[in-house]
Write a protein that binds this ligand. Structure first.
Ligand code: UT7
Length: 318
C-alpha cells in the first residue's frame, strides 16, 4: 500500500508588504532584496490572525480538492514554528475549527523542513494502514517573530499556509522519504527566546548567520535530492518538477544547477511569498497543481532545509 496526495490547498493573508514598503522601514532597497533573494513582496497576517486560521483556509481548500469532508479525515499533522500558543498544539486547535471530533492530531517542529517532516510522518501512518485520510499542513506567521528593525532578516520572510490530503492507494504515490538533522548547527539559525517565570527570557526574534545557512543549504539539498533519486534507481534528470523550499532564489538556482535540473522544471514562489518556512513547499505545490503544470504520472520532488539544522526530501509520483 502507498500514500498519495489527492488534494492541495493554500492560503495567503490579504495584506501585501512590498520591497518598496520595506525601504521606508529599514535601510534597504528593492534592488538589494531582489538581487540577493529574488523576493519582491510577501504577505503579512492581520494582528488577530493565528497560524490555525491560515491553516483552516488552506485545509478547507485541500479537502474540497480531494472531494472529502472533515468527517473523512482521521489524522492531522501541522508543521509550524509559529504555533498559536505554547499548548495545545496548533493541530488540535485546527481539528476543533474543522469540527472533527476524534482523530490523532499533533504538531511537527522542524522549521523550514517542517512540511517534509510532516508529510514523511503522515506517509508512514497512511501507507501502513493506520490511517485512511491524513491532513498535512504547513502554516506560519513569521511576522510575529521578526525583528522589524533588523534588515538582515525582516526582508526575507512572509506569512501563509499550505495543505495536502494524503490517502491510501494501491499505486504510488509517495515513493520514498528522506529526513536528516544536525543539532550542532542550532546556533546558526534560531529564535533563542523562551517563556519562563511569566516572561519572555532571551531574544524572541529570528537570529541568523545568513551566509552559513546559504552554503549549508546548497550542499545538503543537492545531497538529499541525489539520495532520493538514487534510492529509486533514477537520475535528477528524471524529475519532472522540483518543488524546493522557497528561501532564496539563489539557493534554488545553485541547487538546480548542481543537479543539472533546468529552471523551467523548478516551481518558484519565493518572488511573491518570501520565505514562509513550513508553508513554503505546500504553497508552491498548490500553485503548480492548480495552474495545471503538474500532471498525473509525473515525478515530483519536494525538498527543504531549515533551522536545526533539519533537511529532507519526498519523492512522489503524481
Ligand atoms: O529557510 C532557511 C532560512 N534562511 C535562509 O535560507 C537564508 C539563507 N541566506 C540567505 O538567503 C542570504 O545569506 C541572505 C539573503 C540572508 C544574505 O545575502 P548575502 O549575499 O549572504 O549577504 P551578506 O549576509 O553577506 O551581506 C552582504 C551585505 C552586508 O553588508 P557589508 O557587511 O558587506 O557592508 C549586509 O550588512 O548586505 C548587507 N545587508 C543588507 N543591505 C541592504 C544585509 N541585509 C540587507 C538588506 N538591505 N536588507
Amino acid at each position: 500500500m502507498y500514500s498519495k496526495i489527492i488534494g492541495t490547498g493554500s492560503y495567503l493573508p490579504e495584506k501585501i508588504l512590498t520591497n518598496r514598503d520595506l525601504e521606508s522601514m529599514v535601510n534597504t532597497s528593492d534592488e538589494w532584496i531582489r538581487t540577493r533573494t529574488g523576493i519582491t513582496q510577501r504577505h503579512i497576517a492581520s494582528e488577530d490572525q493565528v497560524a490555525s486560521d491560515l491553516a483552516l483556509y488552506a485545509s478547507q481548500k485541500a479537502m474540497e480538492a480531494a472531494g472529502l469532508s472533515s468527517k473523512d479525515i482521521d489524522l492531522i499533522i501541522v508543521a509550524t514554528t509559529t504555533p498559536d500558543m505554547v499548548f495545545p498544539s496548533t493541530a488540535c486547535i485546527l481539528q476543533n475549527k474543522l469540527g472533527i471530533e476524534n482523530c490523532p492530531a499533533f504538531d511537527v517542529q522542524a522549521v523550514c523542513s517542517g512540511f517534509v517532516y510532516a508529510l514523511a510522518t503522515a506517509d508512514m501512518f497512511v501507507s501502513s494502514g493506520k490511517c485512511r485520510n491524513a491532513l498535512v499542513v504547513g502554516t506560519e506567521i513569521y511576522s510575529k517573530i521578526i525583528d522589524w528593525n533588523d534588515r538582515s532578516t525582516c526582508v526575507l520572510f512572509g506569512d501563509g499556509a499550505g495543505a495536502v490530503v494524503l490517502t491510501q492507494s494501491d499505486q504510488p504515490g509517495i515513493l520514498s522519504t528522506h529526513l536528516h538533522a544536525s543539532g550542532s548547527y542550532s546556533d546558526v539559525l534560531s529564535v533563542p527566546g523562551s517563556i519562563s517565570g511569566g516572561k519572555v527570557q532571551g531574544n524572541p526574534y529570528i537570529n541568523m548567520e545568513g551566509s552559513t545557512v546559504f552554503k549549508f543549504a546548497v550542499k545538503v539539498l543537492e545531497e538529499v535530492v541525489q539520495e532520493a533519486v538514487s534510492k529509486n534507481n533514477l537520475q535528477p534528470s528524471d524529475i519532472d518538477w522540483l518543488i524546493p523550499h522557497q528561501a532564496n532564489i539563489r539557493i534554488i538556482q545553485s541547487t538546480a544547477k548542481k543537479l543539472g535540473i533546468p529552471m523551467d522544471k523548478v516551481v518558484i514562489a519565493v518572488d511573491k511569498h518570501g520565505n514562509t518556512s513550513a508553508a513554503s513547499i505546500p504553497l508552491a505545490l498548490d500553485i503548480a497543481v492548480r495552474d495545471g503544470r503538474i500532471h498525473s504520472g509525473q515525478l515530483v520532488l519536494l525538498e527543504g532545509v531549515g533551522g536545526g539544522f533539519t533537511w529532507g526530501a519526498v519523492l512522489l509520483r503524481w
